[in-house]
Ligand binder design. Sequence first.
Ligand SMILES: *[C@@H]1O[C@H](CO)[C@@H](O)[C@H](O)[C@H]1NC(C)=O
Ligand SMILES: *[C@@H]1O[C@H](CO)[C@@H](O)[C@H](O)[C@H]1NC(C)=O
Ligand SMILES: *[C@@H]1O[C@H](CO)[C@@H](O)[C@H](O)[C@H]1NC(C)=O
Ligand SMILES: *[C@@H]1O[C@H](CO)[C@@H](O)[C@H](O)[C@H]1NC(C)=O
Ligand SMILES: *[C@@H]1O[C@H](CO)[C@@H](O)[C@H](O)[C@H]1NC(C)=O
Length: 454
Amino acid sequence: MVRLFAACNYCSRNHHATKAKKFPWKMALGSTAVLIIFLFCYSSQLFVWPNVWLAKKADSRNATLTPVSGSKMFLLNAYLEHRTWNASIRFITIAWRSEKIDYSCVFTCNEGLVPSPAKLTVHPSHFWFPYGTADLLCEIPPGCSKLRAAVTTVGGSTSNLTFLPVRNQKRRESNFPVDFTICHSTMFNKYNNVLQFVQAMEMYQLLGAKRVVLYKTDCSPDMEEVLRYYRDIGLIEIIDWPIDKYIKVSSSWIASESPGDLHYYGQIPVLNDCVYRNMYRTKYLFMHDPDEIILPLQNVTWYEFLSTLEQKYSSDASFYFENNVFPIEELEESGKYNLSQWAGIPGVNFLRHVMREPIPKRHFTTGKLIVNPRRLFEISVHTIKKQSHRTVEVPYDFARLFHMRRRKNTKLKREDLVMDKALWRYAPEMIRGVDHALSKMDLPSRRLNSAVHP
Ligand SMILES: *[C@@H]1O[C@H](CO)[C@@H](O)[C@H](O)[C@H]1NC(C)=O
Ligand SMILES: *[C@@H]1O[C@H](CO)[C@@H](O)[C@H](O)[C@H]1NC(C)=O
Ligand SMILES: *[C@@H]1O[C@H](CO)[C@@H](O)[C@H](O)[C@H]1NC(C)=O
Ligand SMILES: *[C@@H]1O[C@H](CO)[C@@H](O)[C@H](O)[C@H]1NC(C)=O
Ligand SMILES: *[C@@H]1O[C@H](CO)[C@@H](O)[C@H](O)[C@H]1NC(C)=O
């Protein structure tokens, strides 16, 4: 029970990032509250995507994961780490946590291959699965190339190394190629929430996003076409994530629910990789899923909103937004946005769900983050685990995380919910954007339908 308990971040509403650590564990242990907390916590961690174990393999044109021979570790990517005293390289990895092995990075240098001892850090957000996210940090020896590096076990063979290109060669603290990038984690299980995904992409663009990064395990044929469109217009960058070819992943955040060796399709290594990958390519990173939108309430765009936050808290801070659940079971009554042109498009319609669950005084922090990636070292789903600056919780009336999902607090009746139509402010432009995007897509399901009913 202690483990389950510790896996949640239990905080009061006006929490600060550091408060979570001060929770009096002993007091609560043994009380029935533990069970209640667990159930609440547990339900909060389930996402809208169904939990079915997936054996389907995604194709990988690029090797996403590189095994380290002599160990169970996999490497994701190598990044130049500009924030250490001496120039270093950080590998983002997935490590078998009980394995006690010393690693070395290997560099190509003037005098040939040179090893450099690696400092292994296992991230705390492993949810007690045997595999967890880890990183390996190595100083670059003088006279060695920073362009490529490999990893070996200490004493292991250096005859058959895979050298990875080192990303983030150029450090930037201003003039970023884009201001706002969104990191979506893993797409899996024949993902087919087409309408919701298209609406989210159009909303993000209206608000100011220039790039969305998505790690894809697999999705439906319709979604392939949606992704094709957004890749062609330069919005989405798709990173193949055939994690199930390498590791038996869990479809849950907890092993007893879905056995496996790694938490939730590898969400944590993906989020960390996304932070490093975009460190010098974007001013801010939004870390959330396509069923979520962070909506400014007193400004129209993210530009206006983030510049207001910067003035107040500086651009070194990261920002936390509490979760606001809009149950998809509750439809808006007038049917105003039940649009005939979207009939037959699979997926949730953001505009039809305007009832939100009120946030209780004391609750679990299952919200999401806007981060300055250059100030981060380790991130989890709802919290930053290691950073050089602080996280600010953004007040509730200033901006709100809209999260469309099935009911979370099942005790609430419709009359307990709060009507919230803030998203409707954007409806006319969003609908125009969605209709335009759909008109440029050739969805296979529509092709079939029109063949049957010409
Ligand atoms: C990786 O995939 C991209 C697109 O899928 C392709 O353009 C690139 O050449 C591939 N790289 C390698 C090393 O295979
Ligand atoms: C940086 O490198 C120098 C020379 O190799 C070494 O003496 C020093 O300890 C390193 N500094 C840190 C903080 O690791
Ligand atoms: C070298 O690595 C490749 C791919 O990882 C593997 O197929 C091959 O057996 C290895 N060769 C040796 C001699 O270890
Ligand atoms: C954004 O909202 C803040 C108040 O929340 C306000 O002070 C600021 O003027 C707004 N910016 C714009 C451009 O409307
Ligand atoms: C939504 O509109 C369609 C017609 O486009 C209609 O058939 C359907 O019953 C409506 N659904 C609801 C829940 O109002």
